[in-house]
Design a protein around this ligand. Structure first.
Ligand code: FPP
Length: 242
């Protein structure tokens, strides 16, 4: 159940980082240069989240659909992700950041899986900010997986009808990959596109949306503060009357 009290600061901010390729192409650069600059925005937003006292920051870094990009770009992104996780470890430790990666991790290259496991382990006791990378993730994949796990649990219960009759929305949330993580209060998508693109379809049911025109490589501290200000001015009613 969501809280109905007015909350000015989001507990969980989630970002669809869009516009890296266009940012680069508009400057006559290779698309991958946009991704490289995008990593600097990730750092800026992470550090600002720590300063603002935000508890969860999650980023849509690679969707299930992104596997369909040209092979060289996918290889570059996987390698960038690996290097960035390694490079950010000191910052994570210094800032008390707990790192998590969520998605179909088994489909990622072995070295990336290993770096993720190492970063999750090393940062597991950090408490200031939980930083989540959604990798090889899609909302429909997550919901379908949850349904499969639920069906399995129902079968194993010995009395599927009774088991399923007691399942409520909060129980279903527990089968999603985000189990235990609060739903995003604010979802930001950069680059002016106004779509959810198969992102947190269940978890975003009552999220506030913000669509700045700026592309991800240019989304830094000031743009982020603007987004937080807009969020603070929103009136969240969760379908009720105030
Ligand atoms: C969207 O821009 C961006 C991505 C698909 C990749 C974003 C990934 C990073 C910035 C790496 C971050 C990783 C860590 C660990 C810090 P796009 O290519 O869809 O842009 P376009 O819409 O202009 O083509």
């Amino acid at each position: 159940m969501q809280s109905e009290t007015a909350i000015c600061k989001p507990r969980h901010v989630s970002i669809i980082m869009d516009g890296n390729g266009r940012w680069a192409q508009e400057r006559g650069l290779e698309r991958v240069q946009g991704h490289l600059r995008g990593v600097e925005s990730v750092r800026a937003v992470t550090e600002e989240s720590v300063r603002q006292g935000i508890e969860y920051l999650s980023l849509y870094a690679f969707s299930t659909e992104n596997w369909g990009r040209p092979k060289e770009e996918v290889t570059y992104l996987m390698s960038l992700m690996f290097k960035s996780i390694m490079n950010e470890m000191d910052n994570f430790m210094r800032n008390g950041v707990r790192f998590l990666a969520l998605g179909d991790k088994g489909s990622l290259p072995g070295v990336l899986q290993e770096s993720i496991a190492a970063a999750e382990k090393a940062t597991s006791a950090n408490k200031t900010l939980t930083f989540i990378l959604f990798l090889s993730y899609s909302g429909k994949w997550d919901i379908l997986n949850a349904a499969k796990h639920l069906a399995k649990a129902a079968t194993e219960s010995g009395n599927p009808d009774e088991y399923l009759s007691k399942i409520e929305e909060k129980d279903f949330s527990g089968f999603l990959i985000t189990a235990g993580i609060p739903d995003p209060d604010l979802i930001i998508r950069t680059s002016g596109e106004q779509r959810i693109s198969n992102y947190l379809l269940w978890q975003g049911a009552y999220s506030e949306f913000y669509f700045p025109e700026v592309q991800w490589p240019d989304f830094r501290e000031e743009e982020y503060k603007k987004a937080l200000k807009v969020f603070a001015s929103r009136d969240r009613r969760y379908g009720k009357v105030k």
